[in-house]
Design a protein around this ligand. Structure first.
Ligand SMILES: CCCCCCCCCC(=O)SCCNC(=O)CCNC(=O)[C@H](O)C(C)(C)COP(=O)(O)OP(=O)(O)OC[C@H]1O[C@@H](n2cnc3c(N)ncnc32)[C@H](O)[C@@H]1OP(=O)(O)O
Length: 218
């Protein structure tokens, strides 16, 4: 887990998001269209050539590796490449968690790109979303980043594609461990639940900056 301080103000964050969020949404639309399109092969071939051109244009200047998890001095995180929440990651639904007292919630629309069995959400996608939410829940409540040590998922009944709601709640803490219960619902009720043991790592790159930024946060 690597954290990197990026000393920019909220206006600059908004300026960047105003450019990349619409781009990411457009690519989400493209992914959905590629899965569901019934146009003929010639149109698909033409689309591929145009997409390859755009990809080459974007690759002229790019980061090595992943996007990383930059954060500002006031601890606003910018994990924009995150697989579940990333604001510039088209495979992220994206989940946008909200945090209350010991509870985190989030809703997503899971369309064709998240299908497992026909018409139903892939179990791994649900585990991804649960993992993210329990991570954010433990990290926000304890105010320090946590890793998922163990996540046990029970799939209670199939989850229909469409709107899915998640809720995570801290059920206890013990030294560096935080215990979190999580539930997933589709429009007909609870479809899966899970128990997570979240661990606050002893050390990680950027730890001192995170602690200093927390200390400065009013
Ligand atoms: C603001 C930031 C928001 C971030 C949200 C992001 C959410 C994303 C969620 C994720 O996807 S995290 C990525 C998936 N998880 C990992 O990659 C974790 C990989 N594993 C590790 O890095 C280490 O194994 C871990 C940090 C989990 C534990 O290493 P430690 O060296 O700190 O553990 P240690 O051996 O000192 O054990 C400390 C306690 O934790 C317990 N423990 C260790 N590993 C465990 C485990 N895997 N499961 C359950 N408990 C575990 C261990 O028994 C012990 O309990 P006791 O104190 O009661 O004895």
């Amino acid at each position: 887990m690597e954290f990197r301080l990026e000393d920019i103000d909220p206006d600059e964050i908004e300026r960047r998001l105003a450019v990349v969020e619409p781009l990411t949404d457009s690519v989400r639309g493209l992914i959905d269209a590629v899965i569901r399109s019934e146009v003929d092969d010639a149109v698909l071939d033409r689309a591929r050539a145009r997409i390859d051109e755009i990809t080459a244009e974007l690759r002229v200047h790019q980061k090595p590796g992943g996007y990383g998890t930059p954060f500002t001095r006031d601890l606003r995180g910018m994990p924009w490449g995150n697989a579940a929440t990333g604001l510039r990651n088209p495979i992220a639904p994206p989940l946008r968690p909200e945090h209350g007292a010991g509870v985190s919630t989030g809703s997503v629309h899971l369309g064709a790109a998240y299908e497992g069995p026909g018409g139903l959400v892939h179990g791994g996608v649900l585990a991804l979303l649960m993992d993210q939410l329990v991570g954010e829940c433990a990290s926000t409540i304890v105010n320090m980043p946590h890793f998922t040590g163990t996540l046990t998922v029970r799939y209670l009944r199939p989850t229909k594609l469409g709107r899915v709601d998640l809720r995570a709640e801290v059920t206890g803490t013990q030294d560096r461990k935080t215990f979190v219960h999580v539930e997933v619902r589709d429009r007909e009720g609870v479809t899966a639940d899970g128990e997570a043991i979240m661990i606050r790592p002893k050390d990680f790159p950027g730890r001192d900056e995170v602690l200093a930024a927390i200390a400065r946060t009013p």
